[in-house]
Design a protein around this ligand. Structure first.
Ligand code: CAO
Length: 570
């Protein structure tokens, strides 16, 4: 008979009121023993709470943002229901305190771990000790992922020496003695278990030195040299739990620095490392900017698509400025609570263009100037030409005239046909060719095919070419070369509507023209109001390259060209 069991938060030492930041299961899920159920986090520690039993989740008793402590109810499971076997060798993390007698790992979770027991180093002088990995529960062959000290460093008692990690938890291995590191006996990638030698310490047993060396800059900062650290007793219970569950032991943790360690659970760190992803380059979408497995996946997809640079010069600019690190967490809303919902996967184009648009919007200081062009004569000319060419099937579009007019304006204001030299950041590359991209709306999302050498083509050729490219775009048949080499872009919503908008610059270009629907408006000619066809123009430009006065001149000239197309010849 099915037995319903309430799973509670196990003994988590001195941690109280820790926040639930991730729900890893939902009602109806079949869970294995030791499968992680939730992630909780304090300001210093994050830990995944595993299940002590297999079964089907009947009811979740916590939600995101809840604060939990020991014995807080987590969920109800039907323990006799069919459940999968354990997916992986699970970490012997804290076990729920009900449903089964405490396992050995549960016992360990509530018992302070022994500090590393030193033994006289055989190859060392009499005041040397060999620091070995202490009892770390059922963890065996866990990987060394960080060396926090190096030979010659002076370390305090309880100062972390290395970080090891399994798929569920990471932990720092502290030194049981103060002294000077004589020799490190392990390297990154080594697998360690209880008793594995970590380092030989000289001067061990003496009082901790006054000055404690920080850890290498690239590693986790070592504990601050505080009197507390120097005189620290054996780890406390909370320290023990924090260590076992991947937390940074509170008494030894320096204040986090802005732009410091990325915020991610041990399993996400492991996943990122397997893919060779530097977590500092990944933007976290979880609570408090926490990086999720999906964030790592999206980052990789962005890099593969060329949308995100791995070491992220652009991203780094954002991080270095503190913008990203100070953004509030993305709101996590259970939309289904308010009504029925339907999840639709994003198209490939949208998944690729999204990160690129975000990069452009966040890293380019955009300004948009709006202006109006009187296209009464131009539209009459276009209509007349289309009538004349009706039989040939040639259709001249406003877009083709716009491309030609933009080339004229770009020739007059060459800084709009440029890019920042990405290698140095201190020069502008002026392009002497005129390749004009145009945004094309397709069922799968936005693409920007490019009309190459538009300065050398007539309006009819351009109209035909944009027609071909737009059809290819809609059919998903554009090749990479169709979208490369652009120097300036146009986004025309004229066929749809609107008045003005703020187009996003298509990096590495420095400007983009947005065009909306032309409207007949009354315009004062000095004596009377006359009906004129007015085309709204919106020019977004990169303020690192262009100034407002230049943009106003560009728009004004473009409007003049559109008002009197003979100016294209000048
Ligand atoms: N004002 C008034 N009418 C306009 C106009 C304007 N500025 N621009 C076009 N039109 C009219 C055309 O004359 C045409 O009318 P007829 O059929 O009566 O001749 C109709 O609108 C349709 O034109 P179109 O927009 O299909 O053709 P186009 O060559 O002007 O544009 C293309 C082609 C590819 C730019 C367009 O189809 C498109 O995809 N536009 C959307 C671009 C976009 O999504 N931008 C936003 C990017 S940011 O998310």
């Amino acid at each position: 008979m099915a037995q319903q069991v309430e799973v509670k938060v196990p003994d988590i030492g001195d941690f109280k009121d820790v926040e639930v930041i991730e729900l890893l299961v939902k009602p109806g899920d079949a869970i294995a023993k030791d499968q992680s159920l939730i992630t909780v986090e304090s300001d210093k520690a994050s830990m995944e709470i595993p299940s002590s039993a297999a079964g089907i989740v009947k009811q979740l008793m916590v939600k995101l943002g809840d604060k939990v402590s020991k014995d807080s109810p987590l969920l109800v499971i039907d323990s006799e229901a069919q459940a999968p076997p354990p997916a992986k060798a699970a970490a012997p993390a804290a076990s729920p305190s009900v449903a089964a007698p405490p396992s050995s790992s549960a016992h360990r979770a509530t018992t302070p771990p022994e500090p590393a027991t030193p033994k006289p180093a055989s190859s060392a002088s009499s005041d040397s000790v060999e620091i070995t990995v202490p009892d770390i529960g059922d963890f065996k062959d866990v990987e060394v992922i960080e060396l926090l000290v190096k030979p010659g460093d002076t370390v305090a008692k309880d100062q972390s020496l290395i970080t090891v990690e399994s798929d569920k938890a990471s932990m720092e291995i502290p030194s049981s003695h103060a002294g000077v590191i004589k020799e490190l006996k392990i390297k990154i990638g080594d697998k360690v278990s209880k008793g594995t030698p970590v380092a030989t310490l000289s001067g061990a047993g003496s009082a901790a030195p006054k000055s404690v060396q920080p850890a290498p800059a690239s590693a986790t900062p070592s504990p601050a040299a505080t009197p507390e650290a120097e005189t620290a007793e054996a780890p406390t219970r909370s320290h023990a739990f924090a260590t076992e569950m991947g937390a940074r032991p509170e008494p030894l943790e320096p204040s986090p620095t802005p732009g410091g360690k990325p915020h991610a659970s041990p399993s996400v760190r492991k996943f990122a490392r397997e893919l060779g992803v530097e977590l500092t380059a990944v933007r976290g979408s979880g609570p408090k900017g926490r990086i999720t497995e999906d964030d790592v996946r999206s980052h990789v997809k962005g890099v593969m698509a060329g949308g995100v640079r791995p070491a992220a010069a652009a991203g780094a600019a954002v991080t270095a400025s503190g913008v990203a690190s100070h953004l509030p967490a993305w709101p996590q809303v259970d939309f289904a609570k308010f009504g029925s919902i339907k999840r639709v996967e994003m198209s490939r184009i949208r998944r690729i263009s999204g990160p690129a648009l975000t990069r452009n919007w966040v890293t380019i200081p955009h300004v948009t100037n709006h202006d109006d062009a009187d296209i009464t004569e131009l539209e009459a000319f276009r209509v007349q030409l289309n009538k004349e060419n009706e039989k040939s099937g040639i259709k001249l579009t406003m877009l083709a005239f716009l491309i030609k007019a933009c080339v004229a304006a770009l020739k007059k204001f060459p800084e709009f046909n440029s890019s920042i030299d990405a290698s140095t950041g201190d020069a502008i590359i002026l392009k002497e060719y005129f390749n004009i991209g145009f945004a094309a709306d397709t069922p799968n999302g936005l693409v920007v095919p490019v009309v190459k050498d538009a300065d050398k083509k007539g309006v009819i050729d351009i109209a035909q070419e944009t027609g071909v490219l737009a059809a290819k775009a809609r059919d998903g048949k554009l090749g990479p070369t169709d979208m490369q080499g652009g120097t300036f872009s146009i986004s025309s919503l004229g066929g749809i509507g609107g008045t003005y908008f703020t187009p996003i610059i298509n990096a590495p270009e420095v400007a983009i023209l947005g065009v909306c629907r032309s409207q007949m408006r009354p315009v004062w000619d000095g004596k009377q109001f006359v009906p004129r066809l007015i085309l709204p123009l919106s020019l977004s430009w990169d303020h690192r390259v262009v100034d407002g006065a230049g943009a106003a001149r560009f728009n004004s000239y473009l409007a003049q060209v559109l008002a009197d197309f003979r100016r294209v010849l000048l």
